[in-house]
Structures are given as C-alpha cells and as structure tokens.
Design a protein around this ligand. Sequence first.
Ligand code: PHE
Length: 464
Amino acid sequence: MTRATWRTRVGFVLAAVGSAVGLGNIWRFPWLTAQNGGGAFLLLYLLVVVLVGVPGLLGEMVIGRRSGRNPVGAFGALCGDRWRPLGGLALFASVVVLSFYSVVGGWILRYTLASATGAYFSAPQEYFAAIDYGVGAAGFHALFLLATAAVVYVGVDRGIEVATTVMVPGIVLMLGGLAVWAGTLDGATGGYEFYLSLDLSYLRANFFDVLGAAAGQALFTLSVGAGAMLTYASYLGEDRSLAADGTLIAGLNTGIGVLAGLVIFPLLFSLGVDPGAGGPGALFISLAGAFADLPYSNLVGVAFFGVVLLAALSSSISIYEVLVSYLVDEHGASRGGATAAVGTLFLVTGSGAALSPSLFTLLADTIANLALTAGLLGFLLFDGWVLGRLALEEYELGAGRIATLAGRPWFVAIAVILPLFLAFTFVTGIGGVVGVTPTAGQAGAIAVAAVGGCIALFSRRSRA
Ligand code: PHE
C-alpha cells in the first residue's frame, strides 16, 4: 500500500496549524499567563517560541520527512533498529497529552451544548464543579474521542486535510470577530493592560519559574515533542521548504494564541473576574460566568465554545494520528483496526483522568511538560549526533536562500544549545515533582553533564 501524502502545501500547513492551535492557546495559555504575572510570561513565552520552538519544530520535521515514517519507525529506518526505542518517548508523550486533552475536549463539548440551553448561567461555579470529573466527564470524553477517531479513520488527505482546511479559517474568523466584540465591552482596557504590560520586578523575582512554565507551554502549543509534527511531516514531499513552512506554522499559531488572549482578557476584566483564580477550571468558570451576563448569551456561548471545540479537535487528531501511523507502519495494522485499538487505549487512560482530578492535574500540569521536553530532547540529539550532516541536508532540501543561510546556525542550535536548555528545564521540572528545588547553578551543572553524556553515547553508538 502506498503511503498517503498531503494534497497541497496549504493543506499541510493548515493541518499543522490545526494541530498547534488548540486548547493550548485558549485554555492553557490564559491560565498560565495569569498564574505567571501577565505580560512577563507573554514576553518569555514569545522568546522561547522563536528561539527554541521554531528550531525545535524544524528538527522534528526533518526526521519525519527524511524517513517518511511514524516516530518509532523513523529512527529505525534512518539509522538502524537500535534507535527505535527513542521513538517510544514520543509515543509516551502522545499518550500523556491525549489522555487529559480529551477530557478537556469533553468539557468543551458539554459547554457548547450547555450554552445553547443556558444550563450553567445561573451558577457557573457549581455547574463546573458538578461536571468536571466523574462518570459524566468520562462519557463526554468518550464522545470527543469518537469525533477525533472518525476524522483519523477517514485518513490523512481525505479526513485530516479536508477537516482542518475548513476548521482553521473558521477558528480565525470567529476568534477575530469575538476579539472585536470583546474590545467594545466596558472595562476591556483593564484586560489589555494586564495582558500586555510588563512587570519586570515580577519577572526578576520569579525568573526560573516563569521560564519553566513558558518553555513547557511553548512546546505544548507548537505540538513539538510528541511526534505529531514528525508524523505530519512524514506525509510531505521533498520539494517544500521545511524552514518556510515551520516558520509559517509557528507564526500563525502564535498569532492565533495572542488573538485568543485578546478575546479572553478583556472579557474577564470587563466582568471583574480574576483571571488567575480556579486553575484548570478558570476558563470555564470565569468565562462561562461572564457569558451569562451578556446580551445574546446563548449565542455568544455556543459561538465561543464551538470554536474552541474545533480547535481542540484539530489538535487531538494530530496526536491520535501518531499512534495510528505507528500501528499501521510498524505492525501492518489496517487503518480501521489501528483507529479502534488506539481508541480503546485512550478510552481507558482518558477515563482514568476523567475520574481522578489528581491524575488529571498531574498529567496536564507536570508530566505533559516533562514528556514533551524529553521527546524533543531525543529528537534533537538524534538530529545533531546521529543523523548529523544528513539532518542539515534534509533541512536544505527545498529551502530558499535565506533558509539555507540559516542552516548552519540552526544545526548548531539544535545539536548543542537547545538540548542544554531543554535539559535545564527538565531538571528544574523534575525538581518540582520530587519536591527539591535545585539552584540554577545546580540544574545547569546537571544539564551539562546529562547532555554531554548523551552526546558521547549517541556519537559512539552511531559509529558502532
Ligand atoms: N498544540 C496543541 C494545543 O495547543 C496540543 C498538542 C500538544 C498537540 C502536543 C499535539 C502534540 O492545543
């Protein structure tokens, strides 16, 4: 059977943008921004997206396009079977991310319906508390999963490409409309001030915490580290410029993320709600509460949650596809069989997260960041120290003049600088989990030792 490819460049870019734009931009981003000092977080996040996210995304796409495989098969096909376990990191990250993602997807689905009837209008807080976890949440999670599976089942070019080509422009139009409307509300200015003003003293006092959160969020929002972009790039022809496509994808994703902030913050401030209150429930409780007080509240609610639902679906299909492509490529499964098997797995893991708030928070807050960081670290060290020249060659295929000039600096960045940065945030993140906070110097020393060790190991094994 020949492997599918994207029909058009636009189709691929939109599918990848669809993967990137999702709950990360709309649900996780405002929550983290509020928790980490507003504009200070925004600034670091944008820096990490440009300096780490974009080169990292290209490093991931290089492996996908070069191999034309899923994450596990990619490492095997490129440099021999002993590298396959490295792809396991990406599969693990995919399972972690979709397990809680589909639970939030279920909440969104429920809120879309509940907006039509106004179910949450009178008591938003109680409403969220009643539906957030439990059997109902597991049921809505299953429905969201089913919708995801349906698109994946139809296939890459006819399912994913067609669906995302409609979804992404729809998301942009609706968010744009909502942003304009939010700007007309009384008190919207307070929201812009919070969102866009920079509190340097806050940043100075909490630099490493804010940096860690910004780094995790940058990977999450660009969908890197879980093999989703690797897999999407594996359906790509050799004639496209990865650098141009990657930059475009990151640019659109960031633009749409910032746009989402321009909807959410004015809306919250116009109603006097604290954007930081409520953790993962913030968006639901505060925004939903806000809608209740507005004219045409049902319509606004359905429009808003409807867009978020589309954005969430176009992301979840990219994660689901990672595992389906793995089963199809590596185990000769049919697309239908693979879709069903992956669905069964997520039905179990997602239900776990839907039933247990502590499991949910652990996955969404910490393990996801760590898993994506580890996954990307594996990809980049592989690029730099196992693929080596071939990675640069692949990057240059189809690249224009500027992208070609940037090739060498890019290679140095992904082989050395980014791994050090990722290892550093990984160490501080693990410190948070086990309850010891290493100083920046200690975390830096561990990161240098770990990356140095991996480089020695990788370059020896690649010669063996
Ligand atoms: N980028 C997606 C979002 O922001 C989430 C995602 C993470 C998708 C990792 C794929 C892989 O919602």
